[in-house]
Write a protein that binds this ligand. Structure first.
Ligand code: HAM
Length: 416
């Protein structure tokens, strides 16, 4: 039986890999513009990092992690997200000595979810993490870089959904009030939310079930419970976002699926994505470093889902830049011309000119067809006459203009 890729994973084949290269290139450009440095962390980590970092009450830790024992029976987990991993690296390598770090990453993450449109078991994120400062300007800067990324890709008309989850001072009162409210309406909640009410009541707020949404529409909201410090921080975040002219809407139902958030949280969603509508999510996580055994490092970050980004670019008909095509395709009329073809191909490539050739001794017609399919700008046609005269027949594919050019000046000719 033929073996295929595991469920929820995808091969990124050549007909779409150029889209990925383009999106990653734009991501790196944005990261550089905002002065973020790249960090690359392992694909797997000690399981404990995610249990402590993401939280035992989250769906990710309870149901979605790829956990395995290595040969020495240590529990390891394929990274389900990047924030805890980055913070672990910052603590391990004492990057905090620098006071403020801006770090970015691009790579695969793994969650054992039910695969559906926009939801995979291996997916990719472009993440930005700003570590060391609690200044609300950094929260806004993270949102600015997020919008710049989407705008640079041609995705506009997006709006940031913004909320604050408060801090350890003010959230417990809200949590209690929410539990009281939801407990009284327990029978109207879906089965999952009845379970969430016991383990992670805030998650009831972002349930997609219609009936739960109706219940939640009447529920108390965190913003009414914010302490003065959180209130002040949240107003200043909004002030900076307005200064950056970023479109945003307060959405008190945004709670996020990871336990490490404190204060600012945000998401960008799009109707065009269907049920899995979040293009990105992020927020402040001032207590994560301490949670995983380090000193307190205030931090804020975001991660953008690249599968969903590319999906929405397709829907908006955005450009993915130019697909890689050869500049020259060399056609050989006769096997006896092979030395000239091989040395010309070599010279072109040594001069950084993308070039390809036919290797199968096919007919002129078949090779011309191949040259046209390859979308090469020029075809070089070489037969015995060309070998004896040292000339190359150069054909410009766009208008079929043809000229005989001396082999010594052919590179200059096509580079003009
Ligand atoms: P998250 O909301 O779990 O946050 O994921 C961020 C984005 O990754 C989502 O908005 C979505 O686009 C994409 N994503 C998540 N899961 C899947 C999946 N199964 N299939 C396809 N795409 C998916 C985090 O991961 C946080 N670490 C974000 C963050 C960074 N917060 C602070 N810093």
């Amino acid at each position: 039986m033929q073996i295929s890729a595991p469920r929820g994973t995808a091969d990124i084949l050549p007909d779409i890999s150029y889209k990925w290269s383009y999106v990653e290139e734009v991501a790196r450009k944005i990261a550089t513009t905002f002065c973020y440095d790249e960090i690359r962390t392992p694909i797997f980590e000690h399981t404990e990092l995610f249990i402590r970092g993401i939280g035992t009450s989250t769906d990710i830790v309870r149901k979605e992690m790829y956990v395995f024992a290595d040969k020495k029976d240590r529990s390891l987990t394929l990274r389900p997200e990047g924030t805890a991993t980055v913070m672990r690296a910052v603590l391990q390598h004492k990057l905090y000595a620098k006071n403020f770090n801006r770090l970015f990453y691009i790579g695969p993450f793994f969650r054992y979810e039910r695969p559906q449109a926009g939801r995979f078991r291996q997916f990719h994120q472009f993440g930005l993490e700003a570590l060391g400062l609690s200044n609300p300007a950094i929260d806004a800067e993270i949102m600015h870089s997020t919008c710049s990324f989407f705008n640079a890709l041609g995705i506009d008309n997006l709006s940031i959904g913004l909320n604050s989850l408060g801090c350890i001072e003010c959230r417990p009162d809200y949590r209690k009030s929410l539990i009281d409210f939801l407990s009284a309406k327990k029978d109207e909640l879906c089965e999952d939310c009845r379970e969430r009410l016991a383990v992670n009541p805030l998650r009831v707020l972002d349930c997609k079930n219609k009936q739960c949404k109706e219940v939640v529409a009447q529920s108390p909201i965190m913003l009414d419970f914010l302490c003065s410090g959180c209130n002040e921080h949240f107003s200043r975040v909004q002030h900076y976002i307005s200064t950056f002219s970023l479109p945003f809407k307060i959405n008190p139902r945004i709670v996020r699926g990871l336990d490490y958030y404190t204060g600012t949280v945000f998401e960008v969603v799009s109707d065009l994505l269907g049920a899995q509508d979040a293009l990105c999510g992020g927020g402040r996580y001032d207590l994560l470093a301490e949670e995983i055994g380090g000193k307190i490092i205030p931090a804020v970050g975001v991660a953008m889902g690249l599968e969903r980004t590319i999906n929405i670019m397709d829907k908006y008909n955005c450009s993915f830049g130019k697909k890689r095509t050869p500049k020259v395709y060399i056609i050989s009329l006769d096997d006896s011309c092979d030395d000239m073809v091989a040395s010309l191909l070599c010279r072109l490539r040594d001069n950084s000119i993308a070039a390809d050739r036919d290797y199968s001794s096919r007919s002129l017609k078949a090779q011309m067809k191949e040259a046209s399919l390859s979308e090469a700008e020029y075809a070089f046609i070489i037969g015995q006459d060309e070998v004896s005269s040292g000339m190359v027949k150069v054909k410009r594919m766009s208008d079929s203009y043809q000229e005989d050019v001396n082999i010594e000046s052919v590179i200059d000719f096509i580079s003009r």
